[in-house]
Design a protein. Structure first.
Length: 83
């Protein structure tokens, strides 16, 4: 979804607050190094317009930081991120 929509939904779900107040988009993730992404996943709970490749990188970055993650997707192309 659009970044603003994702933030609004995250707020309704209680995963967007003063500490985690913004979302990152797929293009923003594409521009990040793996090291920058590892830092970003610790300060963001919501990711918008993320491609399946972005989702894989997010999950790997969270795992590298010892975190557990959950994700949603609307198609079979999202399945690789679930491994």
């Amino acid at each position: 979804d659009h970044k603003d929509t994702a933030v609004a939904i995250g707020h309704m779900l209680g995963i967007v607050d003063e500490t985690y107040s913004d979302a990152l988009t797929g293009p923003e993730l594409d521009a990040m190094s793996d090291g920058d992404l590892r830092k970003a996943v610790l300060t963001h709970n919501v990711f918008a317009r993320a491609s399946p490749q972005n989702k894989i990188r997010i999950v790997k970055a969270l795992q590298a930081e010892g975190q557990i993650s959950g994700m949603t997707g609307d198609g079979v192309n999202d399945a690789p991120a679930l491994r």
